[in-house]
Design a protein around this ligand. Structure first.
Ligand code: C5P
Length: 401
């Protein structure tokens, strides 16, 4: 019963994902929480108040005024009663109202009165989620200090595929528990994260790159930020973006640019996670004119780049923690251990291209963490977001927090 004696407001809005809120309510109650459901008029079209009041053991609140007897629901009392408010699902409309104080229903007035932490789990179609208006509203809510539980990617009720699916109730429950446990273990810490590929120019129109999507590094940056850390994210060219206000993104292209920015940032940091797939070689000559088709073979001479992780390994001082990655195709463990030593890392995260669902571009990963104390921990195949949580938990443990 991890939520015993906790008062929680569950805000439900008009999305098909409201059926998942029933599961969430059940989980919250099972953990011992006292839950007051506040539902918008549109929410009631998707799920009945009878189901919700039966599960919560309390009448559901939706209207400002009781039947005809002059009673009214006090959003102020409710806002003060709660230890936490979670809005799941949150539609684009509710996000807009929360961001702009449009208090035309009980859920919004309660939100505006609440003094407790607020978690928001958006659910909508992929285009609505991607719209600049929604993204702007989410950013405003982050600036108010609310925590956004990012929707997952997958099949949507519309039949389309994309990002917008409300997170699973089990995941939201964990966020609720962590928030109430005050689990921001990395407040006042700062971290450097490198992510994505690098592009090494051959001529003005061509480059040597790799398949890295940046997803793992961005997930780690988000998780560190969630734990209260300030993050400098040195990112190669990727199509994804970082959301958390604690993350400062420095975009770079080549291994050399990544090296310069990382070395500069590391001096101010308590640790670094080297997640980027940095080119090990770069063309010796970068021609300034495009090389034209010809009869002969084109030989490109490559020279080694600087090893950023190894450089930071030499710079490392005091309690700075340094985490590297190893993406291997053969002799996985032996190669990872040798990198750990050569680069003076504290631990290395090994993922093998031989594992199904691990590696580039996919949304899942299967890792093994090897510490410089020779401790080996194997993890299951999981979404990269959860893998990031495992890695950050290891950093917290390493730092003795
Ligand atoms: O030696 P290898 O490239 O396989 O090592 C991988 C680890 O080293 C990763 O953590 C990667 O981010 C880092 N690395 C680096 N700079 C390089 C090459 C790799 O920081 N030039």
């Amino acid at each position: 019963m991890r939520l015993k004696d906790k008062n929680i407001i569950l805000g439900i809005t008009g999305s098909i994902a409201a059926y998942k809120a029933v599961m969430l309510l059940r989980l919250l109650v099972k953990e011992g929480a006292s839950v007051q459901v506040v539902i918008t008029p549109a929410g009631k079209e998707f799920i009945t108040p009878v189901t919700l009041s039966a599960l919560s053991g309390k009448p559901v609140i939706s209207d400002f005024f009781g039947s005809n007897d002059g009673t009214w629901n006090s959003h102020v009392d409710l806002g003060l009663w709660a230890d936490l408010m979670v809005v799941a699902p949150a539609t684009a409309s509710t996000l807009g109202k929360m961001a702009n104080g449009i208090a035309d229903n009980m859920l919004i007035t309660t939100y505006l009165s609440a003094k407790c932490p607020v978690l928001v789990a958006p659910a909508m179609d992929l285009d609505m989620f991607a719209h600049p208006s929604t993204q702007r509203n989410l950013q405003i809510l982050r600036e108010y200090g609310n925590s956004i539980i990012e929707p997952a990617s997958g099949e949507l009720a519309s039949g389309l595929e994309g990002k917008g699916r409300m997170e699973e109730p089990g995941h939201i429950l964990e966020q609720v528990i962590q928030t109430l446990a005050g689990k921001k273990k990395l407040l006042n810490f700062s971290f450097l994260v490198t992510a994505g590929p690098t592009y090494e120019k051959i001529d003005p129109v061509r480059f040597i790159g790799n398949y890295s999507s940046g997803k793992m590094g961005y997930a780690i940056a988000e998780e560190l930020a969630e734990q209260g850390a300030r993050v400098v994210l040195v990112s190669g060219p990727v199509s994804i973006s970082a959301h958390h206000p604690n993350i400062k993104v420095l975009r770079v292209e080549s291994a050399n640019e990544m090296y310069e920015q990382s070395v500069k940032a590391f001096q101010e940091c308590d640790g670094a996670v080297m997640c980027a797939a940095v080119a090990d070689f770069t063309p010796a000559d970068k021609t300034t004119v495009k090389t034209k088709r010809g009869k002969e073979n084109w030989m490109i001479e490559l020279t080694p780049t600087q090893d950023i992780a190894a450089t930071l390994g030499k710079m490392k001082a005091g309690k700075q923690v340094l985490v590297g990655f190893a993406l291997e195709t053969n002799n996985e463990l032996a190669n990872a251990v040798s990198k750990l030593k050569k680069k003076n890392l504290d631990f290395i995260v090994l993922n093998s291209l031989n594992d199904q669902g691990a590696g580039f571009s996919v949304d899942t990963n299967k890792i093994t963490i090897v510490g410089k104390d020779n401790k080996i921990t194997n993890f299951e195949l999981k979404p990269k977001k959860e893998v990031a949580a495992d890695i950050v938990a290891k950093i917290i443990e390493w730092k003795g927090l």
